[in-house]
Write a protein that binds this ligand. Structure first.
Ligand SMILES: [Zn+2]
Length: 405
């Protein structure tokens, strides 16, 4: 058993069992503190169905509420106490330190700060904790980012890779010399920049070459209020083992060997509001325990190589088809629809929604953006075309989600 596990596990177990209605029920009858791997796992489905049964504190102690995709069609609510927000700040501080960011850096936070996302909040808190100068440029205007680069000479940027590429395109268009700009580090969230051999993928290469900056991959999960960021060696995100314990499990639920790919299953340490024990993230990756070139001895999580189920991953967020289905079903005027998922890259799907009915694509896009936090491609088609997509000759039943990944 690792030092941090031995140190934090008993308190984590007791807190969850005593205060969370879900865990009280799950662990009923257990005496003492059981060994972690002997306990059952939970997943997003249970989290969605029993959402507030995971809450361990009275509502008046909640400082921040964020959301992430659920499985019931409604976003999952995730709550943090003031101490949880501070834990988040410390986590991001360690992550940014890992990427070599220091108090002397001026950092552009080019991710959404609103729409109930945790990411913007986490980065902002962490950079402030680290003592950096933070510029919350957001993710809506490439021109604003370029203007701030010119006026403030920032040294680092946090963004989704696809947005970094949009900014690079805008720089080319406006003859802005991005390659020689002040930004030397790009912390990349939500989309892969490496393949599973840790080599930069085309997106990672494109960003490094356009920006003249080094890219750092970071992986985070809202419910864990935690992220793992690469160091300069670029061989996996370093785990903050005083805050999080990871197991990598195979389909049968057994631990895989060091360096083998399996599902990431996490247990949070030090969380007050919504602690999680053996939570199946649905993401698959490998964990490496060998000491890193940077000298850190904490385990490293390799690139996410796949998903366990239908979860759609899109530009820094993820959602289930049911979320889109629910929006489409509840928007007036939509008569027929089909959602098509295609693989854009290993970790990013392209979603096309084909509809017919008396509704404009603008109205629908706004409804989807408000409730699913994505901006999909929407196309009007004839009823006949949609029915053909819903019921191809080889299908046994009509479907509104077509997985072509
Ligand atoms: Zn390292």
């Amino acid at each position: 058993m690792s030092f941090e596990l031995a140190k934090h596990w008993p308190e984590t177990f007791r807190h969850a069992k005593k205060h969370s209605p879900f865990y009280r029920e799950l662990f009923r009858g257990l005496k003492g503190v059981p060994t972690l791997p002997t306990l059952p796992t939970t997943d997003k489905k249970t989290l969605s169905e029993r959402n507030l049964d995971f809450l361990c504190v009275p509502r008046q102690r909640i400082a921040e509420i964020v959301t992430t995709s659920g499985t019931t069609g409604k976003p999952l609510l995730w709550m943090l106490t003031e101490n949880d927000v501070q834990r988040l700040a410390v986590n991001e501080k360690i992550s940014f330190t890992c990427a070599g960011v220091t108090a002397r850096d001026t950092v552009l936070v080019a991710v959404a700060m609103d729409r109930c996302f945790i990411a913007g909040l986490a980065y902002w808190q962490g950079l402030r904790e680290l003592g950096c100068t933070v510029v919350r440029v957001g993710a809506s205007s490439a021109l604003l980012v370029l203007e701030m680069i010119e006026r403030l000479q920032p040294t680092a940027i946090v963004a989704v890779p696809s947005f970094l590429r949009v900014i690079a395109d805008k720089a080319r268009e406006t003859k802005f010399d991005l390659k020689n700009c002040s930004v030397k580090k790009a912390i990349c969230i939500g989309e892969p920049i490496r393949d599973h051999a840790f080599q930069l993928n085309p997106s990672g290469h494109a960003i490094e070459s356009a920006w003249g900056a080094k890219v750092f991959s970071t992986y985070g999960v809202t419910e864990l209020a935690n992220s793992l960021c690469e160091c300069a060696a670029g061989v996996g995100g370093h785990l903050h083992d005083e805050q999080l314990y990871l197991e990598i499990l195979d389909d049968a639920g057994n631990a895989v060997a060091d360096g083998e790919v399996g599902e990431i299953v996490a247990t949070t340490f030090g969380v007050e509001a919504m602690p999680l024990i053996r939570y199946r993230t649905g993401d698959c990756a490998a964990l490496f325990s060998k000491k890193c070139k940077c000298g850190r001895t904490t385990p490293r999580l390799g690139p996410i190589v796949g998903r366990k189920n239908q979860k759609l991953k899109l530009k820094g967020t993820s959602l289930f088809p049911s979320t889109l289905q629910m929006v489409l079903e509840s928007t007036g005027g939509v008569e027929q629809f089909v959602i098509i998922a295609r693989a854009e890259s290993e970790l990013c799907d392209a979603i096309e929604i084909v509809i017919c009915g008396d509704v404009t694509t603008t109205t629908l896009r706004e409804a989807i953006q408000a409730r699913a936090k994505i901006v999909p491609q929407i196309r009007q088609a004839s009823r006949a075309e949609i029915e053909k997509l819903q019921l191809p000759p080889d299908a046994r039943k009509r479907r509104t989600f077509v997985d072509l990944r």
